[in-house]
Design a protein around this ligand. Structure first.
Ligand SMILES: Nc1nc2c(c(=O)[nH]1)N[C@H]1C(S)=C(S)[C@@H](COP(=O)(O)O)O[C@H]1N2
Ligand SMILES: [Mo]
Length: 246
């Protein structure tokens, strides 16, 4: 999957090296140089990135390990008129805009996303509030969607917004990781409303708050300076780390 995406991303003048990821993942990713960080956090981040330079996968579990109860917190049913309308239609009218520094911006329906290559993974979710739970997630790798629209060489971060006003950003290292998926299924069924229907992110190597629910839009950008207070995410503005690697 990754090789396929990488090949597609390497079309035209677009190179991952140019986007801050060094070829073959054998060398450290350099995209931390543009993170919304003070220098000490930046150093920690750089070291972590170097240690993880081969894009190791997080542990995946057998289905028998799936938690009987998976808590759901914060927003569990967005209070948004457009969302409520779409929910009543079973999200048949729902579309995901993918814009910014891409060759072919597009609007993707849920059906279009479901027709893309699928990845299913059983992983451990860890919330900063002290709980964790295991679930099976099914969706399309974000790398595939980004390959479909074609990242421009200047693109270095992916900004994702949610219908409940959450937003966050991810460097290409995490965005292109094989286990980073846009999930529409959970434990073999449609993703429940409480867990972020119709589409949520799974960023498996970071704390739960980076896995945005109720995704509204995806945008490729060169930097996050012009977004909010320039700290890269809504939760960063509340004092949580932008990078929450585990
Ligand atoms: N849009 C949005 N995404 C979100 C949240 C939220 O409130 N709104 N909560 C975050 C937090 S802190 C966690 S731990 C997980 C919770 O996901 P769950 O409700 O499926 O357990 O979603 C994350 N993503
Ligand atoms: Mo969380």
């Amino acid at each position: 999957m990754r090789d396929l995406s990488r090949r597609r991303l390497l079309t035209g003048s677009v190179t991952l090296a140019g986007a801050g990821l060094v070829g073959g993942c054998d060398a450290p990713a350099l995209s931390h140089l543009a993170t919304p960080y003070d220098w000490s956090n930046g150093l920690t981040f750089a070291v972590q990135r170097w240690l993880l330079r081969r894009q190791p996968l997080v542990r995946e579990f057998d289905r028998s390990a799936i938690s009987a109860v998976f808590p759901t917190i914060n927003t569990t049913d967005p209070d948004d008129a457009g969302y409520r309308r779409s929910k009543a239609l079973g999200f048949a009218d729902w579309h995901l805009p993918v814009t910014g520094l891409v060759e072919r911006p597009g609007l993707f329906s849920l059906a279009a996303l479901k027709a893309m290559p699928t990845r299913t993974q059983v992983t451990l979710h860890s919330c900063e509030q002290g709980w964790s739970a295991i679930a099976e997630w099914t969706g399309v790798p974000l790398a595939h969607l980004l390959a479909t629209v074609g990242l421009k060489p200047q693109a270095r971060f992916i900004v994702i917004r949610s219908v409940d006003g959450w937003w966050d950003s991810y460097d290409l290292f995490d965005a292109l990781h094989p286990q980073t998926i846009l999930a529409y299924g959970m434990n073999g069924a449609d993703l429940p409303i409480s867990h972020g229907a119709p589409l949520r992110l799974r960023v498996e190597r970071q704390l739960g708050y980076k896995s945005l629910k109720y995704i509204a839009s995806i945008e490729a950008v060169e930097g996050v300076d012009g977004y909010g207070k320039g700290r890269g995410s809504m939760v960063a503005e509340l004092g949580f780390p932008w990078y929450a690697g585990i």
